[in-house]
Design a protein around this ligand. Sequence first.
Ligand SMILES: Cc1cc2nc3c(=O)[nH]c(=O)nc-3n(C[C@H](O)[C@H](O)[C@H](O)COP(=O)(O)OP(=O)(O)OC[C@H]3O[C@@H](n4cnc5c(N)ncnc54)[C@H](O)[C@@H]3O)c2cc1C
Length: 361
Amino acid sequence: MYKVAIIGAGVSGLSMANYLEKNNIDYHIYERRTQNDLKGHGFILPKEGIEFLSNIIDINDLYTKGRFLKKYLHYHQNGEILSEKDLEDVFVVSRSTLIEILAEGIPADKISYNTTVTLNGYSEKKACITINDTASLEADVVIASDGSRSRIRRKTFEDEKMKAVLENEVVNIIENEEIASKLDNNFLKFHHEDGGLTFGVLKLSTTKILWYCQFDITRFFINEDYTPDCIKQFILDNFGDWNPLVSSIINDSSYENAHIWRVYELEKLNPFYHENVVFIGDAAHPLIPFTSQGVTSALKDSFMLTNLLMEGNTLSQTFEKYNEERKAEIEIHINNGRALLNQFLLPLNEQQKNTLPISYK
Ligand SMILES: Cc1cc2nc3c(=O)[nH]c(=O)nc-3n(C[C@H](O)[C@H](O)[C@H](O)COP(=O)(O)OP(=O)(O)OC[C@H]3O[C@@H](n4cnc5c(N)ncnc54)[C@H](O)[C@@H]3O)c2cc1C
């Protein structure tokens, strides 16, 4: 039986572990963070993402912990409505909730937290990894799901180039029943008329809302200490005079858990495998925010990789097929993401109408 090491317990690593668990393939998952360190943001999931999740989790449990969105409402910064679109089966949930639900499917003895893994090299068809700079292990298969800045990927493809994307985000989840009561289950997005600056709001529950801003890093500057006070100042400076809903949200928010997402992308995708190391999720393909496809793509990677592993071909045949099939689709999302980024940078009157912030194939 293979010894499979999964590196990283985000959505991709945990979904992979759930599939291996269901298919009785032995594995161990290693995660750098502590079990309860689940700060962060939220996910917008299109229908396909929900379908993949229903293979591995109790989907009704998820439905009680997030919301389906009814409409996408697109506003000018002053509150004038520009367009609206019905949304079909688009769901929003906090990252911590989804990670907790996915982790419930993994037996405690198969996951190690506080554990950082590095790749040392290969010997006799095994991948040699080091755990917390002390213990070594030889794995038949390493599934690298260690995120967009993957150490395993950078060690494997030393010449790769990552570049900063022109847009960054601030994401915040706040508890505020009063504001939540004013929001319907819609996705509201406000745009600056000169482009390059947006503010989005979604309701997660009767007491919780998620808001985020997207900004052009060549025109809007945030103090790089990224403390809650710096983030608050940045938000108040740039959105303080927007319509009353936006200003009430930013004034009544706590900034303790506000998250800054500095976005990077690979200049060129690497192969999604090397020898017996295979990459899934952001480790294979960091995606820029506009597509809302990071989670769904991660879920699809683990679904397809598991199916291919179960076909019983050699590892190299399995990985080659996985690489071929997934890469073609990921390239589409990358191109869609870049097109949406270019739209975002334009003044409102030059942007296409009715553009949904979701990338479909
Ligand atoms: C602010 C923000 C908002 C987003 N919004 C959306 C959205 O609305 N919809 C959507 O689909 N996507 C969204 N995304 C993208 C989405 O978060 C990612 O595409 C998705 O979570 C990828 O999951 P992953 O498991 O591949 O990587 P990650 O979630 O990055 O998980 C990687 C894990 O590996 C661990 N790790 C890293 N290095 C090591 C190591 N050496 N050893 C052990 N463990 C390690 C990390 O601690 C982490 O837990 C958003 C991302 C951000 C930052």
